[in-house]
Design a protein around this ligand. Structure first.
Ligand code: 13P
Length: 406
């Protein structure tokens, strides 16, 4: 269960008046430190993977570990693409297991921001995935991520926020109300009145980027005015960096000696935040409210009225085409091992969410492939969508039918 629907998670936080930490991950030490903190404090948590950090890790390689950690956690976890720059990035992130995406076009003019965000929202909602957009601009000041956010701070305005939310259909809005990415320099000029007005106008969970470096009282006032998700990175990177420096001073030399304890340092800082932001102790009540984030197995078994060569060519085209459709995580094409099996061939297409059953069926690439290549040779077939079944008397991951169609 513990991967849960991010929209339900953040609406719970919004209504109950706390904020979920969205902690950026750049290595396995971050994954294990963040999850350890969430479990220790019984807190919901978001594992966040920022496109602005993709130089630091291989997204394809790290995501299976992120997903495995989230699935085996005992607290509710969501996985988000942070600062996604394009529609393609969002499609890729969903394919790899993100169940929330942020599209960051905040550096573009309003209309361009709306246009890109709307495209991402239409695609992601067809996959059951909620979207965070950003309006106004949160610049970077100092820290390893700061230079990736050049320029001056631009505060979000109420009228633009209202129009933007209506035009894009975003589920959450990242606002710029005085924070910066990276280490805070001096006292931030937080505009609580503006935040309150945006909150009253929109009524959706609001997101704070540049979460590092505020005082306890500042976090509390921000959360009281609608901030339900706080993006946080620099303080974690600094905590890990300080531990590594300490290890060096203590005589550590090799890699494992230098990074020893980095995950613990990250965990301590995350746990402090979870208590400060009111998320600690919320895991169990939230698990009662949240729908598990479960994949759907779209299974087709069929016999083919064509040569084996023609079937294999059709399968290769299908694997290539269908795996690009948003919300498709994996395409398996199979041939029966047993001689004389009632159905000789199979497709197993894994969707990230039940919403993809419809968006996949209606996708022009699926229609073109099915009508021109698949259906003409696979008249004898059974097609069923399965959802996972977990609970007493079943093993996790066993499945049950959603719908059957011939
Ligand atoms: P900080 O690095 O300032 O905590 O900001 C993180 C962030 O906003 C990532 O999206």
């Amino acid at each position: 269960m513990p991967v849960v629907t991010m929209k339900e998670m953040l609406i719970h936080a919004y209504r109950q008046g706390y904020a979920v930490g969205s902690f950026d991950v750049v290595s396995l030490d971050f994954v294990s430190g963040i999850i350890a903190a969430a479990e220790r404090s019984r807190s919901p948590v978001i594992l966040s993977l920022a496109e602005s950090h993709f130089d630091y890790f291989d997204f394809d390689l790290l995501m299976p570990a992120v997903e495995a950690a989230a699935k085996s956690a005992t607290v509710p976890v969501a996985i988000q693409l942070d600062h996604g720059l394009s529609l393609d990035s969002a499609v890729r992130a969903i394919k790899l297991g993100c169940n929330g995406v942020m599209v960051d076009a905040s550096h573009h003019p309003f209309n361009n921001n709306v246009e890109l965000t709307r495209k991402v929202t239409e695609m992601a909602h067809g996959c059951g995935v909620p979207v965070e957009g950003e309006l106004g601009y949160v610049p970077g000041v100092e820290g390893e991520d700061a230079e990736r956010h050049p320029g001056e701070l631009v505060y979000t305005t109420v009228s633009e926020a209202k129009e933007y939310a209506q035009l894009t259909g975003v589920d959450f809005l990242a606002v710029s109300i005085g924070t910066v990415h990276g280490r805070m320099k001096g006292n931030p000029k937080l505009n609580y009145t503006r935040l309150q007005e945006i909150n009253e106008a929109l009524g959706i969970p609001l997101v704070l980027h540049g979460g590092t470096g505020l005082a306890d009282e500042q976090y509390s006032r921000l959360i009281a005015n609608g901030i339900s998700k706080i993006n946080y990175y620099t303080a974690l990177a600094d905590a890990a960096g300080n531990r590594i420096q300490q290890n060096r001073q203590d005589g550590g030399q090799g890699y494992t000696a230098l990074v020893a304890g980095a995950a613990d340092a990250i965990a301590d800082e995350c746990e402090r935040c979870m208590h400060q932001w009111g998320a600690a102790g919320r895991a169990d009540e939230l698990l009662q409210h949240c729908t598990p984030w479960d994949a759907v197995e779209h299974l087709i078994i069929y016999n083919a009225g064509a040569s084996d060569d023609a079937v294999h060519t059709m399968m290769a085209t299908g694997r290539q085409t269908l795996s690009q459709i948003p919300g498709v995580r994996e395409v398996f094409t199979g041939e029966a091992i047993q001689e004389g099996a009632h159905y000789r061939f199979s497709w197993l297409v894994r969707f990230c969410h039940p919403a993809v059953i419809d968006s996949y069926r209606e996708h022009p690439d699926h229609i073109a492939f099915a009508d021109s290549l698949f259906r003409p040779i696979a008249g004898d077939r059974i097609s069923i969508d399965y959802r996972a079944v977990e609970g007493v008397g079943t093993t996790p991951g066993s499945v049950t039918a959603i719908r059957k169609s011939a």
